[in-house]
Design a protein around this ligand. Structure first.
Ligand SMILES: [Zn+2]
Length: 257
């Protein structure tokens, strides 16, 4: 991978080393291999999509912090994973070929998901958030449940009587790492927000100050087991009927981590 060089001002290309600078809110570095071909306009698109977080209603940039963020474009895809974030390192890894070919709206939602992991990694040293929280929250900030996601939940509820039967899935990291797990847990944050508008962002602040369980209690005025039970009833009611499923545009959805 190419090294990172500091710069001021505009995006600059330097034989495989490419750095983009931001005037406010911290620098964004885009790095890729010296032999890979990436056009400045493609880097500009990535940087502008990250920069958009400034104006996201759902997720203001202050949660992401001002230290540099690195987007690392890796030429060879890791099987089954199309993106990953390393929160402590503030690095987002994207498969180069796919990242440059994705539609802007897909790339935007993917970057928002990964930026959320960076935000969730900041400020918290004493505990790690459980997988269900990290992925559900990241999906929620990325735009929430998609049409395809709703279809996956409805189909699972139809095929598997035990699906959402209880709240045991919160204790299963493997489920939280699955595609339908992302969908399911994003509806937990959808539920919290419907229960009390704006609560998800205040949750971020109280998590840092009070930890997971106390932070949730302070932000929502309910304890986690109670919320999980209420959510399960909400999700079953909202997503149990396949007849309410709308037809979705058929397109592959980038998978994330
Ligand atoms: Zn993720």
């Amino acid at each position: 991978m190419a090294g990172i060089v500091a710069c001021r001002g505009e995006i600059r290309c330097d034989r495989g080393r490419l750095v983009a600078c931001q005037s406010s809110g911290g620098r964004i570095n885009v790095v890729f291999g010296a032999s890979d071909s990436v056009a400045p306009s493609q880097v500009k698109r990535l940087v502008e999509l990250v920069r958009e977080t400034d104006s996201l209603r759902r997720f203001p940039r202050r949660y992401i912090g001002s230290r540099p963020i690195t987007i690392s474009l890796i030429a060879r895809e890791r099987q089954g994973i199309e993106a990953a974030a390393y929160g402590e390192e503030r690095t987002i890894v994207l498969p180069l070929e796919a990242a440059l070919a994705w539609r802007t709206e897909d790339l935007r939602s993917l970057l928002r998901h990964e930026l959320t992991h960076i935000a969730l990694a900041g400020g918290r040293t004493s505990f790690q958030l459980p997988k269900w929280f990290q992925e559900g929250f990241a999906e929620w900030t990325a735009g929430g449940l998609t049409c395809q996601g709703a279809a996956r939940i409805r189909v699972n509820m139809l095929l598997r009587p035990e699906f959402l039967k209880d709240t045991s899935m919160f204790k299963e990291p493997a489920f939280a790492a699955s595609r339908v797990g992302y969908d399911v847990f994003s509806t937990f944050f959808e539920f919290l927000e419907e229960r009390s508008t704006g609560v998800n962002l205040s949750l971020l602040d109280s998590l840092d100050a009070y930890g997971l369980e106390n932070g949730i209690r302070r932000a929502t005025r309910a304890d986690l087991p109670t919320l999980q039970r209420e959510w399960r009833i909400y999700a079953m009611r909202r997503y149990s009927d396949l007849r309410e499923q709308q037809a979705c545009q058929s397109r592959p959805i980038p998978s994330t981590r």
